[in-house]
Design a protein around this ligand. Structure first.
Ligand code: AMP
Length: 503
């Protein structure tokens, strides 16, 4: 079982002869940077060769004109990663390239599989194998998928060149958990979503021809593509010289989009289930005001993710909206720093109060979620220091109680503030005068879709794909040096844990 450091990654793909695909992929990844800041990579094919450039760091750190220049071709895929499984190191950066005979393919994965150990077992990845007998070059579940595909590759080249598709048809039904894949060989771009569609994957059309796949519709806008439709849960789409050539269904769809995409992950300018995320977040704030009203002088959001809900709360309550905190625009999200010590420091780096707006006021402070409580507690202390007389904290989602096993960063159950604490205890821990969380029913109402169409596991404990519920996270570490699989407890993510520890 896998788990651990995970933010939903960002994936992007483009098929566009006569267009600068590497530059388009770069722009797409840039738009998806919020989905993962650990590493970035692009693979491009010119019809003969697939070239991959990837490295640790932000998209702008990994790529510049010089590193994009050799990436010439008519199709490409890209990936921004925050580690879901495996350690945080170069060899786990994506896209993963895998050669098969004379040819090869590249893969980018958003999500986390829940049956990695079982799959590795079927590959004979068991103690006793020598490194030469395996071809893993990375510890991720994504590398395992690449290996499965390679092993299902037809022995004889097919006249239609559709080996990758053929292998995928065999592999995909065996995968469990969360996966939105972009894949490519030298001539085809492929997009895949798991049967629950935990993670989004949109299909767009470029002006002047060409196709785009992207984790979020905002990335389509940025490359000048218009939204066509979502890749459906349980579907594989194949794009090649003939266009969107085939649409395979490899499993019955049972849509369970991650509700946290609506709450926090997705950019507000993205559409999910046909709804603007920004407008949905405003409605969440309105619902919150109806559900948990309070007498106060000012509604202020925690920027940036709390802004739309803060606006909604103010609109619905009639309490004036104001700014109480300024966010440094150049600092990334603090939650996804690799260890607790750095996270603690970075709250101050990222948010600074505006005392003249806060002093002497009774505040309604609105945020989208509380996960570990680390940031929230510090923000509350800063607001008190800046002179707030009352702090009424309002959260536009229910208590976050359960770890995600499908690809989201939450850590262990014991690290989640609401896992074992009642709302009153959380209120005291945070040091606020009152605290309210938006009810699940009101939250889903605000999204415009039914509760059944979401994965709400982190909020409800209802896991659409079975997972072990004990408070340990097991990590499958594929040790390349002696080709052994170990299924171990992951180390805690807090002080003393080196970022390279398996997680
Ligand atoms: P904390 O008080 O430490 O739980 O942090 C709460 C803040 O983290 C809220 O402002 C959320 O917007 C943000 N947040 C929630 N989930 C995540 C995530 N997976 N990655 C980064 N930030 C998150």
């Amino acid at each position: 079982m896998n788990g651990g450091l995970a933010h939903a990654c960002g994936v992007f793909g483009v098929y566009a002869p006569n267009q600068p695909v590497a530059q388009l992929t770069y722009l797409g990844l840039y738009a998806l940077q919020h989905r993962g800041q650990e590493s970035a990579g692009i693979a491009v094919s010119d019809g003969q060769n697939v070239t991959v450039v990837k490295d640790m760091g932000l998209v702008t750190q990994v790529f510049d004109e010089r590193s994009l220049a050799p990436l010439e071709g008519h199709l490409g895929i890209g990936h921004t990663r925050y580690s879901t499984t495996g350690s945080s190191s170069w060899r786990n950066a994506q896209p993963i390239y895998r050669s098969v005979g004379e040819t090869g393919f590249a893969l980018g994965h958003n999500g986390n599989l829940t049956n990695t150990a079982e799959l590795a077992g079927t590959l004979g990845m068991l103690p006793g194998l020598t490194a030469d007998e395996t071809s893993f070059d990375s510890t991720t579940d994504s590398a395992l998928v690449a290996e499965l595909i390679a092993r299902e590759w037809p022995d004889e080249p097919r006249s239609d060149g559709r080996e990758l598709e053929h292998a995928l048809e065999k592999v995909l039904p065996r995968l469990k958990g969360g996966f939105s894949f972009v894949l490519m060989d030298d001539a085809r771009l492929i997009g895949v979503r798991d049967p629950h569609g935990f993670w989004p994957l949109a299909l767009g059309r470029l002006e002047g021809g060409g196709w785009v796949l992207a984790s979020e519709t905002a990335a389509l806008d940025i490359v000048g593509a218009h939204y066509v439709r979502d890749v459906q849960p349980g579907e594989m789409v194949v794009i090649d010289a003939a266009g969107l050539r085939r649409e395979h269904r490899f499993a019955e769809p049972d849509p369970k989009l991650c509700l946290f995409e609506f709450i926090y992950f997705a950019r507000p300018d993205t559409n999910l289930y046909g709804q603007s995320v920004h407008a949905a977040r405003q409605r969440m704030g309105e619902e919150l005001a109806r559900q948990a009203p309070v007498d106060a002088d000012m509604v202020m959001p925690i920027p940036e993710s709390g802004i739309p809900a803060g606006q909604g709360y103010a609109r619905s309550s009639g309490i004036p909206y104001g700014d109480g905190l300024v966010k440094n625009r150049y600092v990334g999200r603090t939650f996804i720093q690799p260890n607790q010590k750095i996270r603690g420091q970075s709250v101050r780096m990222k948010l600074n109060p505006l005392p003249e707006n806060i002093r002497g006021k009774r505040l309604v402070v609105v945020d989208d979620s509380i996960v570990r409580g680390t940031t929230t507690r510090q923000v509350v202390a800063m607001l008190r220091e800046a002179g707030a007389t009352e702090i009424h904290f309002r959260v536009s989602s229910p208590p976050y109680k359960w770890p995600c096993y499908y690809g989201m960063d939450t850590g262990r159950k014991s690290e989640l503030l609401a896992a074992d604490l009642e709302v009153g205890e959380i209120r005291d821990y945070l040091g606020v005068d009152s605290l309210a969380y938006l009810e699940l029913e009101r939250l889903t109402k605000a999204t415009g879709s039914s509760e059944e169409s979401f994965c709400t596991a982190c909020l409800s404990g209802n896991y659409p794909v079975p997972v072990p519920l004990e408070d340990t996270k097991h990590v499958l570490e594929i040790d390349v040096s002696n080709a052994r699989l170990t299924d171990t407890d992951s180390a805690p993510r807090f002080p003393g844990v080196s970022p390279s520890a398996p997680a």
